[in-house]
Write a protein that binds this ligand. Structure first.
Ligand code: ADP
Length: 982
């Protein structure tokens, strides 16, 4: 079957048609042959029957006369009959009467019983007889047929004959011979039907020939006819082949008929034309696409070229911009240097001039020069900062600082300005929160000074408040909200949006009235942006403004929450806060409350007196009164006087807070029972220590402090040799003049780096002031050379080198440090600033040369008896023509510290840890305030011991403290003398 499937259509069609024709022919010829065969047989039977009749009739006489010879002769006549191979004549009894035989093996005669049956007739021909006749063996198939209905079968031959074929295909015919209607015998003829076979063979030959001829004809026809089917298919196939080979879809198959093949051809052609059309379209598209690609490629390469040109230009522009930016920043550095250097001359000389004998007119002129110089310096600084912002060069410098210190300092710095205008300036800071952080303190101070300065400038009455609130705090970070609020002129909505733009002010008239460059807020907002937030403002015209921003600062590693130590003696003390200003009341209340004091508030003198009376009546008199000086109606002095003179009011410790001139207040205070006097805004630590000292020294009688004025010039260092390396003659002059105020300083001047190095080699200096930018060899190089020399000498000597530079660019400080310089002073500097630096470094040097007298641990070894910086800080608070604050504080210390020292010794003796802790803490903080850092550190150690209740090493520590205390005490006494002698 598979083979058949694999044949081609042509072969299949031929095969199908050939097979069909063969089958048809075969069937037809078979029918014909069968028919012929049957006709021949019938004809043979008829002929044999006729012959048997003739022979039978001829034999009747022989039978009648019992003449077998005659019968045989009759039979022998059959010789002429081809095909008769045997003939018998039986008598009525069934015996053979005559016979004729050819050389054919003689046939045995039939059983006599059968003959008898034939003779007797059908009625006696029963089954049994048949069996007896042995006919069943002779003609078994006949018998089988006869058996069911023998008589009927016998009836078929009305002539009383039976014709049957034997197994060899011979025809036997038995016929009854009658004589005169009576059975006389039976004739039996046997025909071998050889003629019939020959005829049939001829027939078969003819049929085969016909079949062959027909087949050949059929094949011929089928080969012709199959083309009707296969031709269209082949033509489609051919077309397909050629299409697939040549890809020529324009080829078409010729349609030759309208039948299914015609439809197939049509559809095939349709398909081809469809493909052809698609091909054409595709070709069109391709062509179009190619054109587009060519077009786009051209465009692209054009664009590419343009891009390359643009890129080249951008690169050139970038290089130019970078060069420009570099040039700009270099220009800024130079400008900064160039402008600040003459400013140093102007301001320094003016300061010196003011220190000389001048008549009033000259002093006024000089002060005007100084003020103008300061203002000019501020403007220059603003412009430089702004240029730096413009050049993208402004970066923050991150370092450790105490935020509380910075905020309090800044507010103090501006306090005078505010108080001069009669404004309240207060700082509402979170109480009891350590704020040791990392950030750019200078830039933060700049922003705060600008905001507070503006607030003071644009406020005529009321208050200016710096308020800090903690948004979030973690161990590592502080998120603060910083607000500067004033009750000033406010800003109109129109102007709110543009005040942060450079050079813009609320309006023209403001410029005239208030002055200013309009740069401050632009710089501040940029700085706040650098710090990570946005400076915003809310303002109502004529009511005031609030500038605010958020500040996120990393905390220093050792900074801890709430670590501010509170004096136990303050706990539960009743304090009355009397102030007309609500913000101040709130601040003071928060502070005292956080120290465990029980505070009540009074907004006027009258109210306060009433409260004092009430409290006394209830036996709950106030131990402390915090009293504001300037209040409407009854002022602070008046209130104090009432308290002092009223016998019904138990005299509390009165602390006067004021911004007014110190000497006047102090004098008044002496008469009205004011125990302490603090200048507003009061630092939290100052207030705390003041209250703590008051409570501890409450038994002592109060004194009014010396009003002798102190001067910063008084920090003396005998025979101190200083090298000043400075090329600029004016600056030389300024520095020499500033240093020359102190007779203990001897100053050598070097004109450049080389000279300074040589001078260092040749002389023994205590300190070098090194200008950074000098001809031939600059200050950095000179410092490096000096350090190298020191190292080569290997004698552990380290001379302090303080860099002087007018270049305020970022990184200069690092550059100085890298060159081996110890400190940095930015020009123009004031005499105070210069002296501070000298004090710091000369003191440290002194200490380094000191033998290690005390048994302090290494931490303490690096500190001095008195750190001048701490004293300087107090000196900075000094107002002109006021009693010396430093003297006052030292005096207080000298007065109270012996008791504290005694308390420390007693507590140690008694092993009283609580008292020890308290006394040591008190001594520590008051000593630290006056710069006795060594003593403060020892006290801190002792305080810890008291806290932990460990007294084992205390005696040794106490010894050290005693020694250090004595040194500090005498050093401070010396300071007091110096102030008195100044
Ligand atoms: P300057 O103060 O030098 O003019 P600023 O940039 O600091 O420059 O301020 C810009 C302008 O914003 C000021 O001129 C003023 O009109 C307005 N301004 C700033 N702060 C305040 C304030 N606290 N109250 C009212 N107006 C203010």
């Amino acid at each position: 079957m598979e083979k058949l499937n694999n044949l081609n259509i042509r072969a299949k069609l031929t095969l199908i048609m050939g097979f069909t024709a063969t089958v048809a022919l075969f069937l037809a010829i078979s029918a014909m042959v069968a028919n012929e065969y049957l006709s021949q047989r019938r004809a043979a039977t008829t002929q044999l029957s006729s012959l048997a009749e003739v022979i039978g009739w001829n034999s009747t006489a022989a039978l009648a006369f019992g003449d077998p010879k005659a019968a045989n002769e009759t039979l022998s006549a059959l010789k002429s009959r081809p095909g008769i191979v045997g003939a018998y004549v039986y008598s009525k009894t069934g015996k053979v009467f005559g016979e004729y035989c050819t050389d054919y093996p003689p046939m045995s005669p039939v059983d006599s019983n059968l003959i008898t049956a034939l003779v007797v007739g059908k009625s006696q021909f029963d089954e049994e007889m048949l069996y007896k006749s042995g006919l069943t063996e002779w003609l078994p198939e006949t018998v089988e047929k006869i058996l069911p209905n023998v008589s009927k079968s016998l009836n078929l031959t009305s002539n009383h004959e039976i014709a049957r074929y034997d197994q060899q295909g011979r025809l036997h015919l038995l016929r009854l011979i009658t004589l005169d209607g009576e059975p006389a015998g039976v004739i039996h003829l046997i025909d071998d039907l050889e003629r019939l076979g020959a005829t049939l063979r001829t027939y078969y030959a003819i049929a085969a020939t016909i079949v062959l001829i027909s087949l050949a004809f059929v094949l011929f026809l089928s080969s012709k006819l199959q083309k009707v089917f296969s031709a269209p298919l082949f033509s489609i196939m051919e077309a397909m082949k050629s299409v697939s080979k040549a890809k020529d879809y324009s080829t078409r198959v010729k349609k030759t008929s309208n039948d299914e093949f015609g439809i197939l051809v049509d559809q095939f052609n349709d398909m081809l034309s469809e493909i052809h059309n698609r091909d054409i379209q595709l070709a069109d598209y391709r062509e179009h696409l190619e054109q587009q690609v060519v077009l786009r490629t051209t465009e692209l390469s054009k664009k590419n070229e343009e891009l390359e040109v643009a890129l080249r230009r951008v690169l050139e522009a970038k290089e130019a911009a970078e060069a420009g930016s570099k040039a700009k920043s270099e220009f800024l550095a130079t400008m900064s240097h160039e402008i600040r250097t003459p400013m140093n001359g102007v301001l320094g000389m003016t300061e010196l001039l003011l220190g000389t004998e001048l008549n009033d007119r000259q002093r006024r002129f000089s002060k005007t020069i100084q003020k103008s110089g300061d203002a000019l310096l501020t403007i220059i600084n603003d412009i430089l900062d702004f240029s730096k912002i413009e050049a993208g060069k402004l970066e923050l410098e991150i370092h450790h600082f105490d935020l509380r210190e910075l905020l309090e300092e800044t507010v103090e710095l501006l306090a005078e300005r505010a108080h001069a205008k009669g404004l309240e300036l207060s700082a509402a800071l979170p109480v009891n929160l350590q704020m040791k952080v990392r950030g750019d303190s200078n830039r933060l101070r700049q922003v705060l000074v600008n905001l507070l300065g503006n607030a003071i400038k644009f406020t005529h009455q009321g208050e200016v408040v710096l308020r800090i609130t903690v948004e979030t705090q973690t161990r590592d970070n502080l998120e603060l909200r910083i607000e500067v609020t004033d009750t000033g002129i406010g800003i109109s909505n129109d102007n709110l949006t543009r005040i942060f733009d450079a050079f813009s002010q609320a309006d023209g008239s403001t410029t005239r009235k208030y002055g200013g460059t309009g740069l401050g807020l632009a710089i501040s907002s940029q700085l706040v942006k650098l710090m990570g937030d946005t400076l915003t403002v809310e303002s109502v015209l004529d009511q005031g403004s609030t500038f605010s921003f958020n500040l996120s600062l990393d905390r220093q590693a050792n900074d801890t929450d709430g670590a501010v130590h509170t004096q136990k003696s303050l706990h539960n003390l009743r304090v009355l806060i009397i102030d007309d200003n609500a913000t101040n009341r709130e601040i003071l209340h928060n502070q005292t409350h956080s120290w465990g004091m029980r505070g009540r508030l009074a907004y006027s003198g009258e109210m306060a007196l009433q409260m004092l009376h009430d409290a006394a009546a209830q036996n709950e008199a106030y131990e402390i009164v915090l009293l504001d000086w300037h209040m409407p109606g009854m002022d602070g002095i008046e209130v104090a006087r009432h308290i002092c003179s009223d016998p019904h009011i138990p005299t509390p410790q009165v602390v006067m807070l004021s911004s007014a001139a110190f000497d006047e207040e102090a004098a008044k205070a002496a008469n009205v029972g004011i125990h302490r006097y603090l200048t507003k805004p009061v630092r939290q630590s100052v207030l705390h220590d003041c209250l703590a000292t008051l409570t501890m020294a409450s038994t002592k009688s109060e004194k009014v402090f010396s009003t002798t004025q102190t001067s910063i010039k008084n920090a003396t260092h005998s025979s101190v040799r200083i090298l000043l390396a400075e090329d600029n003659l004016v600056n030389q002059e300024v520095a020499i003049a500033m240093l020359g105020n102190n007779p203990n300083y001897s100053i050598d001047v070097a004109q450049n780096g080389y000279q300074s190095v040589e001078a260092f080699f040749e002389n023994d200096y205590e300190l070098i002031l090194m200008d950074c930018q000098m001809p031939e060899m600059d200050g950095f190089e000179a410092a490096r050379k000096i350090r190298e020399h020191e190292q080569l000498q290997g004698n552990n000597r380290h001379i302090p080198i303080i860099a002087l530079t007018a270049n305020i660019q970022k990184g200069v400080q690092d550059k100085c440090r890298a060159a081996g310089m110890d400190d940095y002073l930015s020009k123009p500097f004031s005499q105070v600033q210069l002296q501070q630096k000298l004090n710091r470094w000369l003191t440290q040097k002194q200490y380094r040369s000191r033998p290690e007298a005390t048994a302090m641990n290494t931490e303490f070894k690096s500190s001095s008896i008195l750190e001048q910086e701490a004293l300087d800080k107090i000196r900075m608070l000094q107002r002109p023509n006021m009693p010396s604050i430093l003297a006052k504080i030292i005096h207080l210390y000298l007065e109270t510290s012996p008791d504290l020292m005694k308390a420390v010794l007693d507590a140690t003796e008694r092993n009283d840890s609580a008292s020890l802790h308290e006394a040591a803490h008190s001594l520590k903080s008051s000593s630290a305030n006056l710069g006795a850092i060594g003593l403060a550190n020892l006290c801190k150690e002792l305080e810890e011991k008291g806290k932990q209740n460990t007294f084992d090493t205390a005696p040794h520590l106490i010894k050290c403290i005693e020694t250090e205390y004595k040194s500090a005490f005498s050093a401070l006494s010396g300071e007091l003398d110096k102030i008195a002698n100044a």
